[in-house]
Design a protein around this ligand. Structure first.
Ligand SMILES: Nc1ncnc2c1ncn2[C@@H]1O[C@H](COP(=O)(O)OP(=O)(O)OP(=O)(O)O)[C@@H](O)[C@H]1O
Ligand SMILES: [Mg+2]
Length: 381
């Protein structure tokens, strides 16, 4: 095997895909999909190419069709918007075709290079599944995902800004971990997967919990003496307060506000206008509902932690990550204040960075094995 295999890390988030490309470039793509259609445009707004993802996708030999992905799906969906909702909590990600389309598009995007019309690459992919899905039925989803992804895929970028680029990539190696574990790897290990001295020195005797709060699911990873001890998932995330706020707006104002729009309004502390009128006490209502759901999350965290044999005083460190750790930060701090905590300053990308490190490790193994294979072949000669 040649030495030109690239590394990609992908977090298949229910809310957004987080991708770390071969040169460690970070990409954030909303997990929304819509069928492609011809648009009537006079002048395209080309300031944000990431909002111009119109693609034609092939998974191995199966033609998956033409789609708008991410911001483009949000802007041009003609009412047919495919986004993950609470109903998808138990349908899983591994067997979901929409997830596959967004993933293949995101990987292709991370492989783009300037002034090249046809791109062919081999990659090793590091990725993850929600903890409960990962361990279900003897890891059947992990096998399914690996089986779907290993092989050659192609993505054609249809918007003129991309110059008809076609990306063909072969996934030659793949590593899948439970969500949340990747984030711990991102914090405690270096790029080649070795434990950082700082952690070895200061945390070897502590029980460390990774707590990844996502959009639909939250994932907990327990480590003792740097050995994995247990994992569990919680069916809660940022979608819970968001849905409550959407319900409130429906009841009080007779309007349906899309989740991603509301999400952006809250994060950016913006106004929400309905028929030109500002909803006056929106941020106050949001705070109440976020606090309420945050408390529920902490309660479930506490009881599930106890059920897995760990009492709160036994926890020496919690590493918090995922966008939800930012939304629920106050509540988590308030109710778990005695436990030492690290809130990552790159909370949203952390899982993807860990997946990239995992993939890097696999890539080095492939290289080493192929070097051994080469030595053996030469000796036989
Ligand atoms: N700066 C921020 N402040 C507050 N909340 C934020 C911030 N950034 C992101 N979020 C919240 O994080 C959520 C998305 O989190 P994240 O990207 O971890 O989810 P995901 O990985 O896509 O979902 P899942 O883990 O369920 O698959 C959004 O709903 C948003 O409300
Ligand atoms: Mg997540």
């Amino acid at each position: 095997m040649k030495n030109n295999i690239l590394t990609v890390g992908a977090d298949l988030g229910n809310d957004a895909f987080k991708i770390i490309g071969p040169s460690k470039r970070e990409l954030f793509i909303m997990n929304i999909l819509a069928p492609w259609h011809e648009r009537r445009i006079v002048q395209e707004d080309t300031r944000y190419p990431l909002n111009l993802l119109e693609v034609e996708v092939k998974n191995k030999n199966e033609y998956l069709g033409k789609y708008f992905v991410g911001g483009m799906a949000y802007n041009f969906n003609k009412g047919i918007l495919k986004e993950r909702t609470v109903a998808d909590r138990h349908t899983g990600k591994a067997n979901d075709t929409d997830t596959l389309i967004v993933l293949l598009t995101s990987i292709a995007l991370s492989l783009l290079k300037p002034n090249t019309r046809k791109i062919h690459e081999k990659i090793v992919l590091g990725t993850m599944l929600p903890t409960e899905e990962y361990f279900k039925n003897n890891r059947e989803s992990v096998s399914l995902l690996e089986q779907k992804l290993k092989g050659t895929h192609s993505v054609k970028f249809l918007n003129p800004i991309f110059n008809s680029i076609e990306v063909e990539f072969e996934i030659v190696g793949i590593t899948v971990q439970p969500e949340g574990l990747c984030a711990i790897n991102a914090i405690m290990y270096d790029d080649s997967g070795e434990l950082l001295d700082e952690y070895e020195r200061n945390y070897s005797e502590r029980t460390i919990l990774g707590f990844d709060v996502g959009a639909l699911t939250s994932d907990i990873t327990v480590i003792q003496n740097f050995e994995l001890r247990t994992f569990f998932g919680i069916d809660k995330g940022t979608i819970d307060p968001l849905n409550r706020i959407i319900d409130y707006l429906k009841t009080e104002y007779k309007v349906t506000v899309p989740r991603h729009k509301l999400d952006n309004t809250i994060i950016r502390n913006e106004k929400l206008l309905i028929y030109g009128q500002e909803i006056s006490n929106l941020h106050e209502i949001c705070k109440q509902l976020i606090d309420y759901e945050g408390r529920q999350l902490v309660e479930e965290f506490t009881s599930k932690t106890a059920a897995s044999g760990i009492q709160l005083p036994d926890i020496g460190l919690i590493i918090l990550c995922g966008g939800g750790s930012l939304l629920f930060k106050e509540m988590i701090q308030k109710h778990l204040h005695r436990i030492p905590m690290i809130f990552s300053n790159n909370a949203v990308m952390l899982n993807a960075i860990g997946a990239w490190k995992n993939a890097n490790k696999i890539k080095n193994e492939i290289h080493n094995n192929s070097a051994l294979g080469f030595a053996a072949a030469t000796m036989v000669d």
